[in-house]
Design a protein. Structure first.
Length: 114
C-alpha cells in the first residue's frame, strides 16, 4: 500500500469509528454496485465491518454508510460508476434498467428472458 492510501484509509476508518462510537451497530448489510447494476447484497458480521471497508477501499471502490434501525447499511460502487442514491440502496435495486439500455443500444432483441 502507498502512503497516500494509508492516509485515506486512516481517515475513512476514523470517520466510521466516530459514526458508530455512540451507538454500535448490531448488524450490517453491504450492497455492491457495478455501474448501474446491483452485484449483490451481503450481511457482514459486525466484527468484520472495518475489514470490509479496508478491502473495498483497497480495490478502489467508493463507499458510504448510514444507519438503518439498529444496523448499518453500506454501499460500495466500483470505480467510475454513478454514486447510488440511498433510496436505491435501501431497496437493493439497480440504478437503471440495464437490459433495456442494452436493448436500445442494439445488443440483443430481448435480454430479460421474456
Amino acid at each position: 500500500m502507498t502512503p497516500s492510501f494509508d492516509i485515506k484509509l486512516a481517515s475513512v476508518l476514523e470517520a466510521y469509528r466516530e459514526f458508530v462510537a455512540a451507538d454500535k451497530p448490531v448488524r450490517c448489510r453491504l450492497i455492491h454496485y457495478c455501474g448501474l447494476d446491483v452485484v449483490g447484497g451481503v450481511d457482514v458480521p459486525v466484527d468484520e465491518i472495518e475489514a470490509r471497508i479496508t478491502g473495498c477501499l483497497a480495490e478502489g471502490f467508493h463507499l458510504d454508510w448510514k444507519r438503518q434501525g439498529k444496523g448499518i447499511l453500506i454501499w460500495v460502487q466500483e470505480p467510475d460508476g454513478p454514486l447510488p442514491p440511498w433510496e436505491s440502496v435501501e431497496r437493493e435495486e439497480p440504478l437503471g434498467d440495464v437490459a433495456a439500455i442494452l436493448q436500445r443500444a442494439g445488443f440483443g432483441r430481448n435480454l430479460d428472458g421474456a
